[in-house]
Design a protein around this ligand. Structure first.
Ligand code: ADP
Ligand code: MG
Length: 480
């Protein structure tokens, strides 16, 4: 659309992360995913009368960890409030959340988009309980209720409306995802709903200070869908305005099957939650000592690790970024460097190249890699000492992926050892020169491109096993 230049997009995200505690935020019931319905819901989660919630200290610790990692202010005093509304998966009739005094206040996070770094403000992060789930399948016109999720601790992370494109929103969401996994406070499993977000989207004429009216797109559980939902919503709002209409402040739902957003409820129908401090729970006090203790437990964070990788291993920005995208991948890389004592750059290129590609293709995490760091280091050793060429190494890697053999076993079994014997290479070169008189003539007449042809012919004849550097050198000498 020609006119799209005139509009600016404004986005703020509310990200819900399920904290990886063993038990619920206010009860002792287990939080593990996938149990049979209602087998992990105790009297507190069911909202039975007469029970009392007891705050899980682990959830508080995790929230503080997150706060420290985003350089936020940790509230010395925070309060749980009741957010009152009725829904079948919320039997108490209210959700325990935090409103006026959240545990984590003002912080920030830097994102990188198209080579520039941008700081995104984080307004707050508060603790609350998740609701249960309504089940609609196989109930013959009725719905079932599973309260296993009720009371699972959530940290809701609210950003400032400072993102200006879907791309920035995705970069921010990825960064938060990376961070909570580094901190070990959330498993980040988006299919299981451990990490999901609401996207607030508005548009305004470029140059205008005032924000436009926003729509809130609820419960998006993949990076791809966030990007699509926002782009779709931006286009829809621009169209509404350009036709002379007004964007309504409302809650919308993203339908990934149809790639569209639909209205769920308007602001007029929105609930008045009648928040008030929960009389069953004491305010949370965080002492300087407690904060200091947690600070000591913080792991090296992604940003710091990336910087260290660039300095210590002389990696470029891209490789350092990929390798530190998860703590486990970074650990794998460092283990390979240490074990193989090969140049870090060689290790980085192979891990971010062939290994990551194979993992992505098989939809596996580095912790599930069929080739562990030990075997991978064994492969790099053989590239490093010229036993095999890079090209043959790709074949060896593929075979390692499909078996539990080491690189050395595969190289021996398949006879893939690189030929560096100059006599053998010379014999083949002589044969190629003798059989390609016409091409030689062209080359000698100045067609430089023919050189690649000769290299190719020699390599083909030697089944890719000749040392490429040696072939190049000898060919150059012969064709003078
Ligand atoms: P609510 O409690 O109604 O959801 P908040 O003021 O807490 O409202 O804002 C929720 C989210 O919406 C925040 O992430 C904020 O950055 C974002 N937001 C607020 N105003 C706008 C706007 N005009 N356009 C886009 N996002 C916005
Ligand atoms: Mg909201």
């Amino acid at each position: 659309m020609e006119t799209s230049q005139e509009w600016e997009t404004v986005i703020g995200l509310e990200i819900h992360t399920q904290l990886a505690t063993k038990s619920k935020i206010f009860s002792g019931a287990a939080t593990a995913y996938g149990a049979a319905p209602n087998t992990q819901a105790c009297a507190v989660d069911l909202g039975l009368p007469g029970v009392l919630p007891v705050l899980n200290e682990q959830a508080v610790t995790m929230a503080v960890k997150f706060g420290l990692a985003i350089e936020a202010e940790i509230a010395p005093y925070s309060v749980f409030a009741r957010k009152n509304y009725f829904y079948p998966d919320l039997p108490k009739g209210y959700q325990i959340s935090q409103l006026e005094l959240p545990i984590v206040d003002k912080g920030h996070l830097d994102i990188d988009v198209d080579g520039t770094t941008k700081r995104i403000g984080i307004t707050r992060a508060h603790l609350e309980e998740d609701a249960g789930k309504s089940l609609h399948e196989n109930f013959h016109g009725m719905s079932g209720i599973d309260l296993n999720r009720a009371g699972t601790p959530l940290l809701e992370i609210v950003s400032e409306p400072e993102m200006r494109s879907a791309k920035e929103a995705v970069a921010y969401m990825r960064k938060i995802h990376e961070l909570v996994r580094y901190l070990g406070i959330c498993d980040g499993n988006m299919q299981e709903g451990s990490f999901r977000c609401d996207a607030n989207v508005s548009v305004r004429p470029k140059g205008q200070q005032e924000f436009g009216t926003r729509a809130e797109i609820k419960n998006i559980n993949s990076f791809k869908f966030v990007e699509k939902a926002i782009n779709h919503e931006v286009a829809r709002q621009i169209e509404v305005i350009e036709r002379g209409g007004k964007v309504a402040q409302e809650t919308r739902l993203y339908d990934s099957a149809k790639d569209e957003t639909r209205s769920m409820r308007s602001k007029e129908e929105a609930n008045d939650y009648r928040y008030f401090p929960d009389p069953d729970l004491l305010p949370v006090h965080i002492s300087e000592d407690f904060k200091a203790k947690i600070k000591l437990q913080l792991p090296e964070l992604p940003e710091a690790k990336k910087l260290r990788f660039k300095e210590q291993y002389q990696l470029d920005d891209e490789n350092a970024g990929i390798l530190t995208s998860s703590r486990q991948l970074a650990d794998y890389f460092e283990a390979v460097v240490k074990e193989s004592s090969c140049k870090a750059k060689l290790c980085a290129n192979w891990i971010t190249g062939d290994l990551v590609a194979a993992l992505n293709k098989a939809d596996l995490d580095i912790t599930e890699s069929p080739v562990n760091y030990h075997r991978f280091a064994g492969l790099l050793l053989r590239i490093n000492d010229d036993t095999i060429s890079g090209k043959i190494a790709k074949q060896v890697f593929e075979l390692m992926w499909q078996s539990s053999l080491t690189a050395d076993e595969i190289i021996a079994e398949k006879g893939l050892k690189q030929i560096t014997d100059t006599g053998a290479i010379e014999a083949v070169i002589d044969k190629i020169i003798a059989n390609n008189a016409k091409q030689i003539e062209q080359y000698l007449a100045g067609n430089e491109k023919m050189f690649g042809f000769f290299v190719g012919q020699v390599m083909k004849e030697m089944q890719g096993k000749a040392n490429p550097a040696e072939v190049n050198k000898m060919l150059k000498a012969k064709l003078k």
